[in-house]
Design a binder for this molecule. Structure first.
Ligand code: NI
Length: 180
């Protein structure tokens, strides 16, 4: 396993179209292992492959967010599709490892159902509510190149953009250490 640097906004890679995973082979397992290590190191609740420099359609969600024990392996979503979102919506502050230290209120469905392939190559369906539903929607956004900053108005967008352009790698590291 290896720690990978997080791609931060405004790096254009975050807007790169994503590609489906053809087969869950050793290369994919290695990438996922790196993602897990990187997410833990940065105290993230979830992470998409595109945030560590791969444009494959993969994201992970930390186990306790997904309703499990924090020592469990994160839930791995390969080629995920959102099957259903509840009509009831809640607004809550959201962070992203690609935007260290920045939190914006985002309206999300309270419940979500996502179909994906797991690390074992088998299809599964994840149903979650609250934080889990929010995390799945946030990470899925990364796969369609949608970012935190796309949810805010033009003034706040300019402010976040300027802040991110000025942010040094050292500052980003410090902010990421505080958690997602
Ligand atoms: Ni994110």
């Amino acid at each position: 396993m290896a720690l990978r640097p997080i791609v931060k906004y405004p790096d254009n890679f975050l807007r790169q179209p994503t590609c489906a995973v053809a087969a869950v082979d050793d290369g994919i397992k290695k990438l996922v292992a790196d993602m897990v290590e990187t997410m833990y190191a940065k105290n993230g609740a979830g992470l998409a492959a595109i945030q560590v420099g791969s444009n494959l359609r993969i994201f992970i969600v930390e186990a306790s967010v997904a309703g499990g024990d924090e020592n469990d392996h994160p839930v791995v979503f390969i080629n995920p599709t959102i099957e259903w979102l509840s009509d009831d919506i809640e607004s809550s502050d959201e962070g992203c490892l690609s935007f260290p230290g920045i939190y914006v209120p985002i309206k999300r469905s309270l419940q979500a159902r996502v179909r994906a392939t797991g690390l074992d190559g088998k299809e599964f369906v994840a149903e979650g509510e609250g934080l889990y539903a929010r995390a799945m929607q946030h990470e899925h956004d990364h796969l369609i190149n949608k970012l935190l900053i796309d949810y805010v108005g033009p003034l706040k967008r300019q402010m976040i953009k300027r802040k991110m352009e000025k942010m040094t790698d050292e500052e980003a590291e410090e902010l990421q250490a505080l958690g997602d």
